[in-house]
Ligand binder design. Structure first.
Ligand code: HMG
Ligand code: MG
Length: 293
């Protein structure tokens, strides 16, 4: 493989799980710094219930702030769990949205208060409205390998959920190791049957790095032809509805891995590392104002 696409999810997955509330201005500054590193896909926020994720309650302000000075070569993504979220995202200028469900019923109920079947029903009007408005829809399948409530997930269940989203018109399917517990062997056990029903170019991998397996899992995915990887600057992140889940694999680590394999990411590693340190500083100052300086 010569080139991979990185979807930077730090401003969404990273910031949704911070205890302290980050200023909208800092979020906008983060996204602009990420653009300057050469990243071309950035997930900037979520249009979800502010009761569920108070950390992203400023999604309209962030999206408007970012999109008024949008770069034409950057794709700005946002999560939209239902039609209300989609309409709010559209009004804020977003044209690339992501729906999200799971391979585990219990996780899905905790995360979006819906069964898997109910989530598909909620996505139908989102996908239809997206089509009418010329928007692109990505889809996440969380707990694709392991669930914090149900344990090991049967790969066939993940294949079935992913295939349904694909057949509904979702153009890119992001396979989530939500609690970072998958191993390279489990990645192969899932990707082989998945690739027999969905062309691999439509698959992205979303590894959290709780147990330090993410880079090995990315290598296993590369060997099977996956060319899209989600990651988070400085490895920040986690899902408040997945107890024990830590951050996404760090974008810096993914870029370093790809550089070592001679695979192009288009990302300037030095600028990315500077941005990662800047973000850690912002998080430190926000969680502990006494450390400001
Ligand atoms: P619900 O309570 O079932 O929704 O929540 P509802 O339709 O019954 O509405 C209840 C209230 O929420 C109403 O307000 C609605 O207007 C409001 P009220 O009348 O009580 O004042 N509401 C909304 N407000 C703003 N935006 C919306 C919206 N929809 C309803 N879009 C719902 C269902 C899906 C809304 C809720 O559970 C929710 O927002 N969940 C989001 C959870 C979340 O964001 N989790 C983290 C992202 S997923 C993740 O991190 C995993 C991933 O990274 C991949 C991986 O790692 O595996 C993607
Ligand atoms: Mg995630």
């Amino acid at each position: 493989m010569k080139k991979v696409r990185i979807v930077e999810v730090g401003p969404r997955d990273g910031l949704q799980n911070q205890k302290a509330l980050i200023d909208a201005g800092d979020k906008i500054a983060l996204i602009q710094k990420l653009e300057e590193t050469g990243l071309k896909d950035i997930e900037i926020t979520s249009f979800v219930s502010p009761k569920a994720i108070p950390q992203l309650a400023d999604s309209v302000e962030v999206a408007r702030g970012v999109l008024t000075i949008a770069r034409p070569d950057v794709t700005y993504w946002a999560l939209t769990p239902n039609l209300k979220g989609f309409e709010n995202a559209l009004a804020a200028g977003i044209r690339h949205v992501a729906v999200f469900t799971a391979a585990s019923e219990t996780f899905n109920r905790n995360n979006i208060n819906k069964s898997i079947a109910e989530s598909f029903e909620a996505f139908k009007p989102v996908i239809a409205a997206a089509r009418q408005n010329g928007c692109v829809v990505r889809g996440y399948v969380s707990t694709a390998f392991w669930c914090p409530y149900e344990g090991k997930i049967d790969p066939q269940k993940t294949v079935d959920v992913t295939r349904t989203l694909y057949e509904m018109g979702v153009s890119e399917l992001s396979i989530g190791d939500t609690i970072g517990k998958a191993t390279p062997e489990e990645v192969r056990q899932l990707l082989q049957p998945l690739a027999s029903v969905i062309p691999i170019k439509h698959i992205a991998m979303h590894f959290h790095d709780t147990y330090g397996h993410a880079l090995e899992n990315i290598k296993a995915s590369l060997a099977l032809g996956v060319s899209v990887y989600d990651s988070s600057v400085a490895g920040v992140g986690g899902c408040p509805y997945a107890p024990g889940a830590s951050g996404n694999v760090a974008t810096e680590a993914v870029v370093r891995l790809m550089n070592s394999l001679g695979i192009d990411t288009g990302v300037d590693l030095a600028k990315l590392e500077t941005t990662g340190r800047w973000l850690q500083d912002v998080l430190l100052k926000t969680s502990n104002p006494a450390a400001a300086g």
